[in-house]
Write a protein that binds this ligand. Structure first.
Ligand code: NDP
Ligand code: BG6
Length: 510
């Protein structure tokens, strides 16, 4: 018996993988994401020897950029953003096969030129190459790019063969249910689902993948992972930064679209889903969809399941910081939320009656993404007569970022002659155990797409199911203007209305 068949989780999460000869084409290659994440990801895969021998990188965009200049911009971005310093010999190997094609996203003739460019690469390699398209443009041009890939036959390239064309699509995947459905329709008119990789970079984070291992590779958790032992679950994705220079984008988006519908809901799905029958991509995605479908519609309006707010001015690093309404590109009467808290009920056998609290906001006290599983209190009567009786509920907290790790809060006796108790924390920290130079999410995701592993990507029905939950809330907000919009000081932990959501069940945010 092979090692991997005895240890299915080892097999699933750390496959020894080799990608076939591949051309990665980045649409929007002069953009911010390409510079900050994609080029450094490709470079770091090169450092780790994870790129195929015949690897080609093609940038595409409207701006005319000579090959040499594109390569030079790429070196700059590695110098500035890569987690590892530039090693000339690694970059030189990638640079030798790095080119740029200029053209519009709705320009069929330019896509034809791109197809010829790829054919020339194929001739140079001397065998079939897989093409991976990475759509890293604003969403307004997702559809024309997809349609043109279909029109010039690139989407169908090698379809039916092992190394068919693939496409990675950046977020945002729609802005409500209707637009997500429409984008799915466009995608399906051109690509088959198994060719499509909808990205959510949270799934590429090491600790998010570890969630599956912690849950399903440790026998002690599963028996407790249900309504009998768990009192509530809190998922926090807090950011210290404000909207910065992205006011134009953010004003049209808001925290629900930007962080909850995608990243936070993914954390919820992985935390609460049933054990999948295997670590096969479809098995995991089936369970996530089942879980998302079991979430009850949100109760809207006063006394409902939602709090929303905008950050007010405050202090940051000892300096005064602007409130959201004073930021550049923001309407003075904007009703875009920078903070959302939700109370969700999951109507299934496992979670009936357990509240799931989700919150995400900008300009909060500190950057932290965490999943906290709060267990029920034990019957405390045994210790009721002790001198200091402060029995805490046990909490298992997955720290997604920063300071990645896992902690368990237990009650312990304070040494001494009296019976006094104190909550204590058992900590596991990634950096201490494994060192801190872990791969960036985009490295993992680009490699997964190259080898055809869709496990850490969003399936079309999954995106729609999540939008189905969020869209009535967006429509409700649309209709209510600023009514119910709370505020919180910059550098705080969110608005009073979010605390009130939990107080109804005698809960508090951690
Ligand atoms: P940019 O605004 O930097 O745009 C990328 C490129 O697309 C530009 O360099 C430009 O290239 C082209 N472009 C820009 N605006 C338009 C337009 N209105 N119409 C057509 N083409 C345009 O985007 P980012 O790189 O920041 O983001 C790319 C995608 O990734 C987006 O969908 C974004 O939501 C997503 N994303 C970005 C993150 C980030 O940190 N930047 C994080 C997570 C997701 P040219 O003019 O050469 O054609
Ligand atoms: C992006 C959002 O998807 O995620 C940003 O558009 C947000 O607004 C970012 O800042 C947070 O990602 P991370 O990996 O820094 O937690």
């Amino acid at each position: 018996m092979s090692d991997s068949s005895r240890h299915p989780f080892l097999h699933g999460l750390s496959k020894h993988r080799g990608a076939p000869p591949t051309v990665v084409v980045i649409f929007g290659a002069s953009g911010d994401l390409t510079a900050r994440k994609l080029i450094p990801a490709v470079y770091n895969l090169g450092v780790d020897n994870l790129l195929p021998t015949d690897f080609h990188l093609v940038g595409y965009g409207r701006k005319e950029i000579p090959d040499e200049e594109f390569r030079s911009l790429a070196v700059d971005s590695i110098r500035e953003f890569s987690r590892r310093a530039l090693q000339e010999e690694v970059w030189d190997r990638i640079a030798a096969n790095t080119t740029y094609v200029a053209g519009g996203y709705d320009d069929l003739a330019a896509f034809d030129r791109l197809a010829r460019h790829i054919e020339a690469i194929e001739r140079q390699v001397g065998r079939e190459v897989q093409v991976l398209f990475y759509i890293s443009t604003p969403p307004s041009v997702f559809a024309p790019i997809l349609e043109n890939l279909g029109a010039v036959g690139l989407a169908q390239k090698h379809l039916g063969a092992a190394h068919h064309a693939k496409v990675i699509i950046e977020k945002p995947f729609g802005r409500d249910l209707t637009s997500a459905q429409s984008l799915n329709t466009t995608i399906r008119s051109v690509f088959r689902e198994h060719q499509v990789y909808r990205i959510d970079h949270y799934l590429g984070k090491e600790t998010v993948q570890d969630l599956l291992v912690q849950r399903f590779a440790n026998a002690i958790f599963e028996p407790l992972w249900n309504r009998n032992y768990i009192d509530s679950v809190q998922i926090t994705v807090a950011e210290e930064v404000g909207v910065g220079t992205r006011g134009g984008y953010y004003e049209q988006s808001g925290a629900l679209r930007d962080m909850i519908q995608n990243h936070t809901m993914q954390l919820l799905a992985l935390t609460a889903m049933e054990p999948p029958v295997s670590l096969d991509a479809e098995a995991i995605r089936d369970e996530k969809v089942k879980l998302l479908k079991a979430i009850q519609p949100l109760r809207l309006g006063l006394g409902g399941d939602v709090a929303r707010a905008q950050y007010a001015s405050g202090m940051r690093d000892g300096q005064p910081a602007k409130g959201y309404l004073e930021e550049g590109g923001i309407a003075p009467d904007s009703n875009t939320e920078t903070y959302v808290a939700l109370r969700l009920s999951i109507n299934n056998w496992r979670w009936q009656g357990v509240p799931f609290y989700l919150r995400s906001g900008k300009r909060m006290a500190r950057r932290v993404s965490e999943i906290a599983i709060n267990f029920k209190q034990p019957p405390g009567t045994l210790f009721a007569g002790s001198e200091q009786f402060s029995l805490a509920g046990n909490t298992l907290a997955f720290q997604i970022q920063p300071d990645e790790g896992l902690s368990l809060i237990l009650n312990a006796k304070i040494p001494g002659l009296q019976t006094r108790m104190q909550p204590v924390k058992m900590n596991f920290r990634y950096a201490t155990t494994f060192g801190s130079n872990t791969p960036e999410a985009y490295e993992r995701l680009v490699l997964d797409a190259m080898v055809g592993d869709g496990t850490l990507f969003i399936r079309g029905d999954e995106a729609e199911t999540s939008w189905r939950l969020c869209t009535p809330l967006l429509e409700h907000w649309e209709a209510s203007g600023r009514e119910g919009m709370d505020s919180y000081p910059s550098g705080g932990w969110g608005p009073p209305s979010a605390d009130a959501l939990l107080a109804e069940n005698n809960h508090r945010w951690r």
